[in-house]
Design a protein around this ligand. Structure first.
Ligand code: NAD
Ligand code: UDP
Length: 337
């Protein structure tokens, strides 16, 4: 039996592919490489010593997606990472984001149904909580008002999956809401390497530390947090990847259902703490300045990870030093040869 990994050449998908292969699972990866490199596929093979099929196919291309299911009739489940994810860009290009993320997912779900493959894990995000009264997000909270087109695509897909399960409970669905993934595989071979100027904190810090950008702007130092900078629940990407294996185990062992889990550590760290830890752990300079708050940013939010711990037996094991060390190791390994 094999697992189809959509977006498996991307940041979280590649780390999950490694964990799946290391656990002895068979996988097939589909990715159109719009935000990733073909080399990552070889790196996954290099790290694991395992082989698998890779298809460079766009999820909107239903015909070629069907061919993947025809050629791999043992596909039993899907882990669906593929999607566009840049928050700022999504606000500038809403149509592109709705088309790619929604039509891509609909085409995938239609194809799955056609081949009677009804087990799916979906990459959602803490962004679906929107602004809440409590900043410790728990799965029992209702989805909130999303603040970007990207967030809206996640909320719509979650709702779509709920409706699909309601209509046909032979589907078996796990929605995973990620908090802030950072870090990289400890081999240094795979990690996050966005094209152009990064939007997210850790990729930006890495470019500054690597002297590709001269300084980091810390967006706001007047929030009501311990040091005035905004706080998030950063999670090591390998811990996050392992969460998918646990979610899959649950789908394979329990009766059909629709399950929602937060994947976070439960501990928020401020931007200042991340910068200071990165500098100290790696013994490297990261020049920064405090600037205006970024529009749409919340002061603080983090996961209540209790449900994933109780129902999946999953807890994040790596700490903030590991995250900073492994992020930098990826840059040193790949860019400073
Ligand atoms: P990523 O961009 O590195 O990986 C996504 C992959 O999907 C890329 O390799 C891209 O080429 C591929 N892709 C995009 N559209 C496609 C399409 N139409 N057909 C085929 N392939 C397509 O992003 P990531 O950080 O690995 O994120 C994976 C998933 O997790 C995404 O759905 C993202 O929204 C979600 N997520 C990410 C974060 C984060 O901070 N990284 C947080 C919450 C949720
Ligand atoms: N951040 C920052 N400078 C940057 C990028 C991000 O100060 O160049 C801050 C941002 O304001 C937020 C935190 O870092 O408080 C995490 O931002 P990121 O974009 O990585 O994640 P998200 O906003 O999705 O939580």
């Amino acid at each position: 039996m094999s697992i189809l990994v959509t977006g498996g050449a991307g940041y979280i998908g590649s780390h999950t592919a490694v964990e799946l292969l290391n656990a002895g699972e068979e996988i097939v990866i589909v990715d159109n490489l719009i935000n990733s490199q073909i080399e990552t596929i070889d790196k996954i093979k290099q790290i694991t010593g395992k082989d698998f099929k890779f298809y460079q196919v766009d999820l909107l291309d239903g015909e070629n997606l069907q061919k993947i299911f025809e050629e791999n009739s043992d596909i039993e489940s899907v882990i669906h990472f593929a999607g566009l994810k840049a928050v700022g860009e999504s606000v500038e290009k809403p149509l592109e984001y709705y088309k790619n993320n929604l039509i891509g997912t609909i085409t995938l779900l239609e194809t799955m149904r056609k081949y009677n493959c009804k087990k799916i894990i979906f990459s959602s995000s803490a962004t679906v909580y929107g602004e809440q009264v409590s900043v410790k997000y728990v799965e029992t909270m209702k989805r909130g008002e999303t603040t970007s087109t990207y967030g809206t695509t996640k909320a719509i897909i979650e709702k779509m999956l709920e409706d699909i399960y309601f209509a046909d409970n032979s589907w078996n669905i796990s929605i995973l809401r990620y908090f802030n993934p950072i870090g990289a595989h400890d081999s240094g071979l795979i990690g996050e390497d966005p094209k152009g100027i990064p939007n997210n904190l850790m990729p930006f810090i890495m470019k500054v530390a690597n002297k590709e950008i001269d300084h980091l702007n810390i967006f706001g130092n007047d929030y009501d947090t311990k040091d005035g900078t905004a706080a998030r629940d950063y999670i090591h990407v390998v811990d996050l990847a392992k969460g998918h294996l646990k979610a899959l185990e649950k789908l394979n062992s329990e009766k059909n259902g629709l399950y929602v889990y937060n994947l976070g550590t439960g501990t928020p760290y401020t931007v200042q703490e991340i910068v200071d830890t990165f500098k100290k752990t790696n013994n490297i300079e990261v020049p920064y300045e405090y600037t205006e708050r970024r529009a749409g940013d919340l002061p603080i939010f983090y996961a209540d990870p209790t449900k994933a711990r109780n129902e999946l037996g999953w807890v994040a094991e790596k700490n903030i030093e590991d995250m900073c060390k492994d992020s930098w190791n990826f840059v040193k390994t790949t860019k400073q040869k």
